[in-house]
Each structure stands twice: as C-alpha cells, then as structure tokens.
Unconditional design. Structure first.
Lengths: 169, 48
C-alpha cells in the first residue's frame, strides 16, 4: 500500500465520516463544526490531486469565510426551541429511493464506465496546479470573468447588507 | 491536457457559491425577523 493511497483513505474517511456526523447532529453548532472538518478533508483530497491553489482556496473561502458566516447566523438566531423534524415513513421511503438511485449512478461511474481522457503525466499536472500557473492563466485569458466575479461578490455583499438591515428609511 | 483551466473554473464556482451563501443567510435573517421562527413548515407566506 503506497503512502498516497494511505493519505487518500485518511482524507476520504475524514470527509465521509464527518459529512454523516454533520447531518445526524441535532445541535446546529456541532453540525457546522463537522462541516468545517469535512472541508478540511476535501482540502487534503485536493492536495492529493496536485491542486495546491484550490486546496488553499478551499480552506480560506469555505472553512474560513463561509463557515464564520454560518456560525454567526446560527449563534445570532440561536434556534434552540425549534422542533426536530418528525419521522414521516413516506419521506423515508422517498429518501431511500433517491439515495439508492444516486448510489447506483456513482457505482456505475466508478466500476462500469470507460474513462476516455488522456493522462497528462504527473509533472504537467503539478505545474498546472501551482499558484503562478493559475494566476498567469487568470490574468491573461480570464480577466473579464475575473472582474465579473468581483462585481458579483460586491453585489452579493450589498444585497446581503440590505436584506439583513433592520428597517428601511 | 495538463492545463489549469479546470482549476480556474473551480475558483469561479467558489466565488459564486460564496456570494450565494451570503445572500441566503441574509434571507434567513430577514425571514427570522418577520416570523420569529426558522421552522420551514411555518414559513409559508409564498404559498397562495
């Protein structure tokens, strides 16, 4: 068993177990904390795929910024008295069917499909994931989408402020 | 093959998802101000 496979099993196990724990907790703060653990595991998986920039962005954007936002809202609203969803057997049947379909799909993709992509080699994929390469590509060919993403974030910030403001005058 | 366009698109998806999360949480806060609950069964004012 190679070291890479061991790391893959470790990060994949962290991601899978923490996502199951996240959806089964009754305390929303615990759910959010397990979501952070899940994002950390995903960042490790990105690193194993030679995508350093995406791994760092995952930690900074999701585990950092978005989770702070989530925890802020959870603790601000403090939904302690909310009832736990009651058990509905029909819902359970539907959930089981949908989960079985998704499982079949993933199993087919893993075991029965024939991937057609070419393998670029380790050196090329390591080079493609570095911050220099991504920054060069971003500011050479993708300046307009980059600026559009900036305006989108600005609009989202202003929109969130307006929506969450106490009253309009 | 071996270029970084796919990772660039991951970056853009992350930007859009961050914007979405901010607006969604703001909607939740505004909703909580109006109804004083987060129970999704009681938030039915879009129902006609």
């Amino acid at each position: 068993m190679s070291f890479e496979l061991l790391l893959f099993l470790l990060f994949g196990g962290i991601s899978a177990v923490s996502s199951v724990l996240m959806i089964t907790r009754t305390n929303p703060v615990m759910s959010a904390l397990f979501l952070i653990l899940n994002f950390a595991g995903l960042a490790g998986l990105y690193l194993l795929l030679n995508a350093q920039f995406i791994a760092v962005a995952q930690v900074i954007v999701y585990a950092g910024a978005i989770m702070v936002l989530f925890l802020f809202v959870i603790m601000l609203l403090n939904p302690q008295k909310e009832k736990i969803l009651e058990n509905k057997p029909t819902l359970k049947i539907f959930a089981f069917i949908i989960a079985a379909l998704a499982f079949l799909q993933i199993g087919y993709l893993i075991f029965l499909s024939h991937p057609s992509g070419t393998n670029a080699g380790v050196a090329a994929s390591v080079k493609a994931g570095t911050v220099e390469e991504i920054g060069r590509e971003l500011y050479t060919y993708y300046v307009l989408p980059f600026e559009a993403a900036g305006y989108l974030l600005l609009a989202a910030t202003i929109g969130a402020l307006v929506l969450a403001k106490k009253k309009f005058e | 093959m071996g270029n970084s366009v796919g990772q660039l698109f991951v970056f853009f998806v992350m930007a859009v998802a961050a914007a979405e999360a901010a607006v969604g949480l703001a909607i939740i806060i505004a909703m909580f101000r109006n109804k004083l609950t987060l129970n999704i069964d009681e938030i039915n004012i879009l129902k006609w």
